[in-house]
Design a protein around this ligand. Sequence first.
Ligand code: 5GP
Ligand code: MG
Length: 179
Amino acid sequence: MLGDIERILLDEGAILPRLEAMAAEISALYEGEELTVLCILNGSIIFAADLLRRLNLPLQLQCLHLSSYHGGTQSSGTVTFGALDLAALRGRHVLVLDDILDSGLTLQSIAQRLQQEAAPKSVRAAVLLQKRRKRAHAAAADFVGFEIEDEFVVGYGLDYQGRYRNLPFIGVLKRELYA
Ligand code: 5GP
Ligand code: MG
């Protein structure tokens, strides 16, 4: 697996202190409130595990299976939703956790769906990564771990064709593996 990585962008030594700071920011913003964290599977699973343990807030966790990639490195342009317990989100502060903000389609779709169907008290988003690019969809994250260049990355939850999620760092996948 390591041989498939062109270069490491962020290792745990960089990621964990950043999550500590993000968690402090989030805990301060919601101080005195209760939160529902909506973890977007599968990509956010490791980000969520590391961030949640640093949040100093009463919270509930809900996971949502959602995908906009279907095997390749380009977004398919449609988002497939798994089951979502909308009733449990009514009147709650919802913080959506996603691994990476790319075109913005995923976050825009989920924010729209929540506002239309769940009547939450608020909806915000935290992403581990945000790509430096022009976004086709009007979506912004309230909390961003790192800004990265527009390259296809894997590891720390992010996959290519289902693999590499277990790498303990974020790295750029060698182009010849998908080009
Ligand atoms: P968006 O809907 O913002 O275009 O894309 C968000 C989703 O696309 C992410 O949740 C992630 O699953 C996937 N994605 C976008 N860029 C990358 C990338 O560089 N690497 C991987 N592995 N997935 C990505
Ligand atoms: Mg994803």
